[in-house]
Write a protein that binds this ligand. Structure first.
Ligand code: TRP
Ligand code: SF4
Length: 400
């Protein structure tokens, strides 16, 4: 609500693959042209589950940043940084923890799910329980309005909204709030003040969502008001106290249609991936040895694309004409499987070509990547410090 700011993070889990590209990165690239975007490496989040392998984390971090750049994330458009280099996230996490009910954390579906899925790890830890709250701090510290995430992360964004509301409720109350809000309205000027009051009444009496949005936009435009007054006016529309932390929206990323080499979802844990910058020979070999419809034992046996993982790749990479060629040729045994796979190999290599090219200079000169991240961290820190200062003030922690 303060600005159309987009924030998202990714845990550094090693080289990214085409599933990440089609599922997440393409979307990030698109958003960077439309909004102010902040993208970060969630290295602390990686530690919550992989605290026992500190030796690989650094390599994973830099590999991932290169993969982002290779995908077309442009450091001139988006701010790229590393979570642990902005320690303000941790401070906000701690402060938020004071008003976070344990039950809220225990109820989040990923908590029990992941503990069961990763049964070989001891995840009965304080850090793992706090995973979603750390994520809330990541989001709230930038007052991000949109958080592009996959479906599994939506409960975390929902939780973040609840935390923001709770925080505002507990700490947004101030002595004489009503009078201060009324005084702030007057500073809007007569015309806007009248409009603000009308919209506020409309929202308070009828719950009119458009009135709420219009009133917020009006306050948003009043750039010359002091920050404190703007927060009061945002909060006053809805009756409550100041809006110290704004509620983000999840921007649901459509599930990637990118299948793995075996037809399951592409995932490192299934060992069925093609990594973003995998070399051409390896890509060709992996696709050539992909399983096909088991009914096609001999070249002359007809097959059914619906039973073949290669067809899933055609759905991602081929136009209608080629899809028709596959359907026809497979069902009539008119084409062989290797023949069918060749255009897929070509399409994947074609897609990867600009990625390999973009990555080249970063691989050759790692200091370029270091400096992009150093710049991003500095920018992010400035924003984070602003919010943290206001949070501490509201919590009575600014001592003079
Ligand atoms: N939990 C997210 C994931 O596993 C990563 C993440 C950490 C994140 N902090 C975030 C995503 C803040 C969005 C916003 O994918
Ligand atoms: Fe799969 Fe193509 Fe072979 Fe049919 S022809 S089984 S779609 S690889």
């Amino acid at each position: 609500m303060f600005a159309n700011r987009v924030l998202s993070g990714m845990r550094p889990t090693g080289a990214l693959h085409l599933g990440h590209y089609h599922g997440v990165l393409k979307n990030w690239v698109r958003l960077q042209h439309e909004y102010e975007c902040l993208y970060f490496v969630a290295d602390w989040h990686a530690l919550t589950t992989h605290y026992d392998t500190p030796d690989v984390i650094e390599r994973h971090v830099w590999d991932m940043v290169i993969d982002w750049l290779a995908s077309g994330i442009d450091p001139a458009q988006a701010t790229l940084f590393i979570q642990s280099r902005v320690p303000e996230h941790a401070e906000l996490h701690l402060l938020l923890s004071m008003v976070t009910p344990l039950g809220w954390l225990e109820r989040i579906p990923t908590y029990k799910d992941q503990q069961e899925k990763l049964a070989e790890k001891d995840l009965a830890t304080y850090g793992f329980l706090g995973y979603p709250l750390l994520q809330s701090a990541d989001i709230l510290i930038y007052r991000a309005s949109m958080v592009p995430v996959g479906e599994d992360q939506v409960p975390h964004v929902e939780f973040t909204r609840e935390i923001a509301r709770r925080f505002n409720h507990v700490f947004g109350r101030e002595e004489g709030f009503e009078q201060k809000a009324e005084a702030a309205i007057k500073k809007l000027g007569a015309k806007r003040a009248r409009l603000y009051r009308q919209l506020r009444t409309k929202f308070m009496e009828k719950g009119d969502a458009e009135a709420l949005a219009a009133a917020r936009a009006l306050v948003e435009e009043a750039q010359n008001l002091p920050m404190g007054d703007r927060e009061r006016l945002f909060g006053y529309i809805e009756g409550g106290g100041k809006v110290l932390l704004s509620e983000p929206q999840a921007l649901l990323t459509e599930a990637s249609r990118m299948p793995g080499l075996d037809g399951q979802k592409m995932s490192k844990s299934y060992d069925n991936t093609i990594s973003l910058r995998e070399d051409a020979d390896s890509v060709a070999k992996k696709i050539r040895t992909m399983p096909t419809d088991p009914a096609r034992v001999k070249r002359s046996d007809p097959g059914d694309p619906a039973k073949c993982p290669v067809w899933q790749f055609h759905l991602v990479y081929s136009d209608d004409k080629r899809k028709e060629w596959v359907q026809q040729g497979c069902r009539s045994a008119g084409i062989g499987c290797l023949e069918c796979k060749q255009p897929v190999i070509d399409a994947v290599l074609e897609e990867q070509k600009p990625m390999r090219e973009r990555a080249e200079r970063y691989v050759a000169d790692p200091t370029l990547v270091r400096s992009i991240i150093a710049d991003g961290c500095e920018k992010a820190r400035k924003l984070a410090q602003e919010t943290l200062r206001e949070v501490k003030e509201a919590m009575g922690l600014i001592y003079s």
